[in-house]
Design a protein around this ligand. Structure first.
Ligand SMILES: [Zn+2]
Length: 164
């Protein structure tokens, strides 16, 4: 954990029992909750759903998370601490659902009353939350237009406006 993360600890966030991926692998294929740093936005840690699945790796196939990368020789995983936790909910409808941006809590929408959901876009087909380059917070049609590069900056700006 970095110093920045220690200063903000969301109290209402669901508590996942995370395991260090480098020490312990998920027991079977399936959906898991993953916690890892964004691949290129410094200081942003994401908690999202992704599959642990079989993938081709040269002449063999291995079990690996969906946010891996095959470079033709080996399966590469993002740098930094990768953690996973059991997920017992229904599989997400739209892929790698971004559950949380660590250290950030979003104020409920003043128009619809809902807690907004994270949305993201990446430059590649199949980009996940950890390599996305823009983020939005979506609830009703009144309040989901702003798109920003950093999900932390986006949440801070939105909270500041709504709490003013
Ligand atoms: Zn709304």
């Amino acid at each position: 954990m970095s110093a920045a993360n220690e200063m903000t600890s969301p109290s209402e966030a669901p508590c996942y029992a995370f395991h260090d991926y480098r020490k312990e692998r998920p027991p079977v294929e399936g959906w898991y909750v993953w916690r890892l740093p964004h691949k290129f936005i410094e200081g942003v840690t994401l908690i999202f759903l992704a599959k642990y699945r079989e993938r081709g790796a040269g002449f063999e196939s291995v079990l690996s998370p969906e946010f891996d990368h095959w470079n033709g020789y080996q399966v590469l995983l993002p740098k930094g601490c990768i953690e996973w936790a059991e997920f017992d909910g229904a599989p997400p409808m739209d892929g790698h659902e971004l559950l949380e941006v660590e250290g950030v809590e979003n104020v409920d929408c003043p128009f619809c009353g809902a807690t907004p959901k994270w949305r993201y876009d990446g430059r590649y087909f199949g980009s996940g939350p950890a390599d996305a380059d823009s983020y939005r917070l979506e609830c009703c049609q009144w309040a989901n237009a702003v798109r920003m590069k950093s999900p932390v900056a986006l949440a801070e700006k939105r909270n500041a406006l709504l709490c003013a």
